[in-house]
Design a protein around this ligand. Structure first.
Ligand SMILES: [Zn+2]
Length: 183
């Protein structure tokens, strides 16, 4: 949802008619998929865990640090620039905001496994960081079977409850931001 909201904020034209929203999204589906993937990219660290037979074995390590976000974001932007020969401030902000949003969401999520939080300033410090108030519940995900339980549906519901309004607010601002409609 946050990936979609940031993508809507960055790419939907201001003052778009609400009835044109769907066609605008369908016009560039790759953009919305890229938004979701970029917002989820730090969780790439599940992949070695899948191979090791323990999903969490390498989770919340280097990919959840500011350094990784900065270098990966810069690398992706350089690649995009090399391919297209141009890069705009909007693209830079879109990519960096999406990657950083993942760290913010994770710091707002209950972590069931010490060290609690994410290693934000790795490699300079191994300390883990969390916000003092946690609004999202953590998924049960010790292994593949663990994921498919009802408790995780509740976790998903809480996540939707917090993030859906962000998407709706973004779409509302985009559709209302037309002359004569803001009064
Ligand atoms: Zn994560």
């Amino acid at each position: 949802m946050v990936g979609l909201a940031v993508t809507a904020w960055a790419w939907l034209p201001s003052g778009i008619r609400s009835r044109d929203l769907v066609s605008e999204v369908l016009r560039r589906p790759g953009l919305w998929v890229a938004g979701i993937l970029l917002a989820s990219l730090p969780d790439l660290d599940y992949l070695p865990g899948i191979l090791a037979g323990d999903l969490n074995a390498y989770h919340h390590l280097a990919t959840h640090s500011i350094l990784w976000i900065a270098t990966t974001g810069s690398g992706l932007l350089l690649l995009a620039w090399a391919i297209t020969n141009r890069i705009s401030l909007r693209v830079i902000l879109w990519v960096m905001t999406l990657l950083a949003s993942h760290l913010v969401i994770d710091m707002l999520t209950v972590d069931g496994r010490p060290p609690l939080g994410i290693p934000l300033v790795w490699p300079w410090s191994g300390e883990s960081f969390q916000f003092p108030v946690l609004i999202f519940e953590g998924f049960q995900k010790k292994n593949w079977y663990d994921i498919w339980q009802w408790a995780n549906l509740h976790v998903l519901g809480v996540e939707l409850l917090w993030t859906l309004p962000v998407l709706v607010a973004t779409l509302t601002i985009k559709t209302c931001n037309r002359k004569g409609e803001l009064t």
